[in-house]
Ligand binder design. Sequence first.
Ligand code: R5P
Length: 324
Amino acid sequence: MRSFKDYLIFAGDESKATADELKTELGSELGEIKITQFPDTERLVKVSSNIKGRNVIYIKSTPHNKKLNQAEHTIELFSTIHAMVNNGVEKIILIIPYYAHARQDKKFKFGETNSAEMVAETLNCLGKGHIKELYTIDAHFNREPGKYKFFNTSIDTYNITAVKELAKYIKTNFKLKNPRIVIPDKGQQPTHEYIKQIFDTDFIFLSKQRFGPREVKITCDQDTLMLKDSDMLIFDDMISTGTTLEKSIEWLKSKNVNRIFIAATHLMYPIIKGTNDSEEIGAKLREAGATAIISADTTGIKENGHISIVPLIKKALLSQKDWA
Ligand code: R5P
């Protein structure tokens, strides 16, 4: 079994609580990063601990939250890696619980970029061979748990899934009636096995067509299913505007189901300039008919997470084969 006792653990502000728990679990020590800001909003990263020749774990989640947007988090990630390499770090194990710029994970139309690939290539370039391992959690561009090819990079990259823990949480905390699993987007197949380990029941696959950020059409070709009076458990990787889930709930309600539970690894709190679109999303989904919304604390907001990602990260780091 690997040991991380001689590692220093660093974290972005949003992931401090996660790093603190992980440090205790691994018997490592915390390192210090200081961030200051110039009047024109340029942010300066300083790795205050001496990392020359040392191995480090760096946890940086990149969701948009009240303090920073995705781009600001990502620049902080890049700056910190740059500072670590410039200060003589030996080996970096990078953990990105929520990987920003991942929804544009393909070049869908002529002229577009692939943003997830752009982040990957930049990390690879800045890391100069020192980023030896990267861990993501239910990454949008790779739902398959375990080792995967991180675009065109040579970084050993692993995806951890939180869905099994989310399923366990629902099973333990609610008395369910004839539960059925709902997947709002057929593309999410790789994690089904993990849900099945907890709920050996029918899966309902919805088809999602997206016409815009808040325009989603849900259909299903399994219309013959009798869902009446069953508790429905919807699993998705993330909640952003909540539109996918709101429309899925509408479809389910038209089938006279019993209660509807939502499990999503990443719970975003979008703060979109010029709108009031923020914490209202949970309220909107409950109003639409969700009994409970269960999520992991990948964005670093511990109060939002019903399950902690720390045990999952610990298992993955130690065993390099346990991804759920
Ligand atoms: C899409 O590929 C994802 O799996 C989520 O369903 C989607 O990103 C959620 O976004 P929203 O909450 O805005 O519908």
